[in-house]
Design a protein around this ligand. Sequence first.
Ligand code: C2E
Ligand code: CA
Ligand code: CA
Length: 712
Amino acid sequence: MTPELDTELLSEIELFHNLPTEELEALLECLQVVSLEKEDILFEEGDLEDVFYVVLTGQIVVFKENKNIALRGPGEYFGEIALLDSSPRSANAKAMLPSTLLKIGRESFETLIRSNPGFSQSLLRTLAERTRKDIAALNTSYKKLKDQKKFASNLNRILDDSTNEIYAFDAGGLQLNKMNKRAQDNLGYVSYEVLDLTALDILQDLTREELDFLIQPLLDKKQSLAVYEGRHRRKSGETYPVDIRFQLMETDKGESVVALAQDISERVSLQDKIQRLAYVDDLTELPNRNSLLETIQDRLEDQNAEPEGFALFHIDLDHFKGINDSLGEEGGDALLCEVRDRLQKEFPRTVSLYRLRGDEFVLMIPAIETQDHATRSANKIMGVMAPMFHISSYDIHMTCSIGIAFYPADGRKALTLLKKTNKALTKAKSSGKNRICFYDESLEPQALEKLTLVSGLKKGLENGEFVVFYQPKVDTRTKKIIGAEALIRWNHPVKGLVSPGQFIPVAEESRLIIPIGEWVLKEACRQLKIWQDGGKAALTLSVNFSGHQFHQKNAVQMVRDIVRDSGCPVGNLELELTESVLMDNARQAMQELAELKALGIRLSIDDFGTGFSSMKYLKDMPIDVLKVDRCFIQQLEIGTNQAIVKSIVNLAQMLKLGTVVEGVETPEQERLLELIGCDYLQGYLYSKPVPLAEFEALIQGQNGTGPGDGQM
Ligand code: C2E
Ligand code: CA
Ligand code: CA
């Protein structure tokens, strides 16, 4: 609705506020009313040179280059866009609501000003006022702009400080248009190079199609985030793993994709490491147990080929713990690596070598199906161990025990096979170490019955099912029996005589060896007393004393009580302790040995040469006898073995210790040992361990000329 033009209306207009009525009347003459409908454009790329407008009703928006620059409501002076905008004035005005404007022609306006000095004065005042307001408005927008700039630079700084790589690229052409410092540094670009790149220059393994596929859901607004794990390519061509999150960002230049990438090299290498730890033995870098089980199982499950037969050799170094304890972990590690080197050198690449744990290795040798063939390979393994190991300037003699199982005869699953080699190995170890044992069914119940074995042992102890057997020791020069080693046997009500190899390991594990060992000691002392009373006072008896017994707090007290209660001749009693038990904690052992020694008991080191003895302690330990291990005697013809026995005997002589060599089986061995100068011999050549009556018969059989008093 077009309003009625009158002086009252005019005087309400800010611009004409101060004009007296006559001037307003004059003004009325040169005014024209213009009506605009919504969206009507007042002028386009226009020039206000000849005319200016005053908004009476409605709302007018002034915009320039599509940007809204001012909104003018009723009563507002409209011509001032010239003040806000520079020349040439090229803004457009558009009606937002149906509007009424006053149109004032320039010429008539000028006439008006010229004829009315008051008019120009009040106009100037109004303009000055407007200008002040505009400057204030300008100041506010300038401050806003400054804040925005600061914000933008802060934002850039935050982006640059970010440990994530951030870059943005055009969703259509994929050109990069922004990259933070972290990304530039990591990718190796300088800032001006960035704009020449596309996202595909960075994303190593994505094709254009794949990247489109990835970001399309963002463009379709179906997803707000796309996640991708892949690799980034540096300027140098090198690549590294990244975890990327893509998001869409609307900008005035269109749609950009912002990529937030995290360098996950560390995480990936940690994962690799974990993977490695899971499958590779850290020390020897050999594949480990997991790897063994998996590779063998894979092979067996290979659908394409019927897997060929093979044999698994489970190798365990004898008395390795002693070496580790005395040479330190480093020495032990060096030895294990040397074992690895030797095995790898001996066997072709088709043979796989694994390290299970500690001193256990497994060899998988293909195309072996007979025991004969396997025995040859096992001998090879033993041969590999035969030469001295030189570790930390020590010469170490090393033997091993081997358990063997065959595929497919013993099983069709990797784990089953490994369990079986382990059973065979346990058997090899418990029957004296340094030997080969094949898996066979008879090993099964033994393992299965471990638990019942423990309860069986307990019952056996209560029911008096144990017996002591005696294995003679002879004087090397006279070949006369001077005494015996007491060796336990279990007279099982159902199984009959069970040898210690079958139950001592379980007894050790369950610590039942403590009461069992105590029983043997009591028996031995009782027997010594009987012999003394029966005129065989010179006979000596040695008793095996296990590590568990030795490490008992009240070990010495226990021995003292037994010896005292039996009333036996203490000097004829000998305790056999293994090298590793003594060297385990040599300093503490020394103290305990001294206390045992103080009781008058003789002490010997059993299985000497298989462990590792520190000379430092050995020379100060109150030991009476070194008992040379059976393994050196078995192949005494071998030069090195002879040399070892010789040097042990020399060592013993130097330390003023007696020597016993056990495991003597042939006259040839006896002859050699005599030459070497061992004091006493023990072995099947003279007798196996036998029951008391038989042992006494053996003594009787020596023409009645027993040791000492000649009455036997
Ligand atoms: P050890 O103390 O080294 O005992 C020597 C083993 O070698 C005995 O086996 C003996 O029968 C065997 N032997 C002796 N001469 C020969 C020979 O010429 N050739 C061969 N091939 N073997 C020979 P045994 O009686 O089966 O005892 C095995 C192991 O059981 C013993 O080894 C010992 O460590 C343990 N043991 C036996 N009795 C006891 C005991 O009362 N207490 C403890 N703690 N351990 C015992
Ligand atoms: Ca022994
Ligand atoms: Ca022995």
